[in-house]
Design a protein around this ligand. Structure first.
Ligand SMILES: Cc1cc2nc3c(=O)[nH]c(=O)nc-3n(C[C@H](O)[C@H](O)[C@H](O)COP(=O)(O)OP(=O)(O)OC[C@H]3O[C@@H](n4cnc5c(N)ncnc54)[C@H](O)[C@@H]3O)c2cc1C
Length: 513
């Protein structure tokens, strides 16, 4: 069914909004001309992981009709603690979600993130949320899905995307059960083995897995002190080895394995025992596993994030080892970058090239994450050369600027998109600051642009349906005015109305009359 897309969609899809809410598909007909099935949704998202759920919520803020198709009937149940980093926490605060999320996690200082080098976080990190939130991935996945549903996204579980075909008006998506659905756009948020990416024929160059890690939760048969002593001894040189006590004799066990197994085979308790004996000389009497898993260290990046009406985000676009805990964060941040742009395209006000800035901005960010995980994996090697480099870097991190640079990289607050020449703040995310109505992020819950005007002379004029305006001479800013995009990045700095209007047009299209 799949065919390579050639025609570019029109920049203004508003004219295509010929459906009404409640349209139901007619019988399947060939995707050509007037016989095509009606466009039932604006966007179909394949995959309801953290990236897909976040994207669905962002689209719903703009009243975009979203269907999320998830192949699993039930959410993943095994508990893997993931770290939410500063930029993701800021984004959650920008949408009013942070309080809810904080209840399910544990805050810890934002130190020791780079290659597990134990250094305290540098002082004065430029954020109101300068910590890491450890949270079970099932909890964050659930909270994001729940939020998307509350905003009106439809989520259908037990529905795997099996094929699709795109044309100049939309995308026809075929499910594994043969059902066909039609939407204007399809976004593949379907994880590292993405069906959407494969069907698109987009290359996924990089390195295959060279080593694996076994990870699971189980009980141990020896006293905790004995385990702690052995783990401390091994971790002096092998930072990828870990037995973390959950109390009552239950441990999370993380054991690196040299080489790559047949990933199709599920990990067994015997695999864990054997590998524990190889590394620690004992299997600690492990038994009664709660869950067992294995993951590799493949490092790959999609060549393109968009082909016509089909886009990729999250692990579907990039995979890398979990060192530094960045994958989920990266995917969620992809979704925040893409959501308002795709919504603008569908609502009909997107400037010609806006949707393509998604790849232009996010591909280099993923490239950088892949590179830093490659570097971290080298630093975690037990070979003498990398261990010497690790010792050297450990010393260098005593310099505050080195430590700060690495933390800002891992936590994604150091990102600066290339919006052209201008002050350093241009293209960076704006931290949360106090404004006369409270907090700046509190004004971004609706996912609209915002002009923060200390001069009180400017106006957002014909863009007021897309951009909010706040006159606040007291705002703690060392520039007169900033224009924020819905993802919180600074799109313009200045005090001249004509210049502002040019930038409003650049990011938010033509003014309404
Ligand atoms: C051990 C480990 C620790 C990690 N720790 C961290 C951490 O601390 N911080 C961090 O940021 N990241 C961490 N990660 C990475 C993180 O788990 C992933 O990057 C994240 O889950 C990616 O989210 P996603 O939504 O893009 O993809 P996924 O979570 O893979 O979700 C994709 C979804 O798509 C569904 N799907 C697949 N195919 C189809 C189809 N054909 N049709 C419909 N649905 C489909 C899947 O069932 C799945 O629900 C860790 C990963 C591992 C392995």
């Amino acid at each position: 069914m799949h065919s390579q897309f050639t025609a570019e969609p029109s920049s203004n899809d508003m004219a295509e909004r010929d459906f009404t809410v409640g349209d139901v598909p007619g019988p399947w007909s060939p995707a050509s001309g007037a016989d095509r099935a009606p466009l039932m949704f604006d966007v179909i998202i394949a995959g309801c992981g953290p990236t897909g759920a976040t994207l669905a919520a962002e689209l719903r803020l703009h009243d975009v009709r979203v269907l999320v198709l998830e192949k699993e009937t039930e959410p993943v149940s095994f508990v893997r603690i993931v770290g939410l980093h500063i930029r993701s926490l800021e984004l959650m605060a920008m949408r009013g979600l942070l309080e809810r999320i904080l209840e399910h996690g544990r805050q810890r200082p934002a130190g020791g993130l780079f290659a597990a080098i134990t250094k305290p976080a540098p002082k004065g990190l430029d954020s109101a949320h300068a910590y890491v939130l450890g949270i079970p991935q099932p909890s964050i996945d659930h909270l994001l899905e729940e939020h998307a549903i509350e905003l009106g996204a439809q989520v259908r579980r037990g529905c795997a995307v099996a094929d699709f075909e795109q044309d100049d008006e939309g995308v026809t998506v075929e499910l594994a059960n043969g059902e066909r659905l039609r939407s204007r756009y399809l976004v593949g948020c379907d994880g590292g083995r993405s069906t959407v990416r494969k069907l698109l024929g987009v290359g996924f160059p990089g390195e295959p897995s060279r080593s694996e890690t076994l990870m699971g939760e189980m009980e141990a048969g020896v006293p905790q002190e004995e385990i702690a002593a052995k783990v401390a001894e091994i971790r002096e040189t092998n930072k990828r080895f870990w037995l973390r006590s959950f109390g009552e004799g239950v441990y999370q066990v993380v054991v690196p394995v040299a080489g790559v197994s047949d990933r199709a085979e599920p990990a067994t308790l015997e695999d864990f025992k054997q590998q524990l004996r190889t590394i620690a000389g004992t299997d600690f009497g492990v038994h009664s596993p709660r869950w067992l898993s294995r993951f590799g260290d493949a490092t790959r990046l999609a060549e393109r994030y968009r082909v016509g009406r089909v886009l990729l985000a999250g692990d579907a676009a990039h995979v890398h080892p979990p060192t530094g805990g960045q994958g989920l964060n990266l995917g969620v941040q992809d979704a925040f970058n893409l959501g308002w742009k795709l919504a603008a395209q569908i609502r009909g006000w997107a400037p010609e090239t806006l949707l393509d800035t998604y790849q232009a901005e996010r591909h280099p960010v993923a490239e950088d994450v892949l590179d830093n995980t490659r570097a971290q994996m080298e630093l975690l090697s037990t070979e003498p050369g990398p261990q010497a480099v690790r010792r050297l870097l450990t010393e260098l991190m005593d310099f505050d600027e080195v430590n700060r640079y690495l933390i800002e990289k891992i936590t994604a607050i150091g990102i600066r998109y290339d919006f052209g020449a201008g002050p350093d703040l241009l293209g960076r995310r704006m931290r949360d600051i106090d404004v006369k109505q409270g907090h700046l992020y509190g004004l971004l819950h609706r996912g609209r642009g915002l002009l923060l005007d200390r001069t009180q002379r400017l106006t957002v004029g014909g863009w007021s349906d897309r951009v909010d305006y706040l006159a606040d001479p007291t705002a703690v800013l060392d520039v007169p005015c900033v224009l924020l995009r819905p993802d919180g990045h600074v799109a313009w700095i200045g005090d001249d109305q004509q210049d502002l209007d040019d930038h409003l047009s650049r990011w938010f299209g033509k003014p309404a009359n």
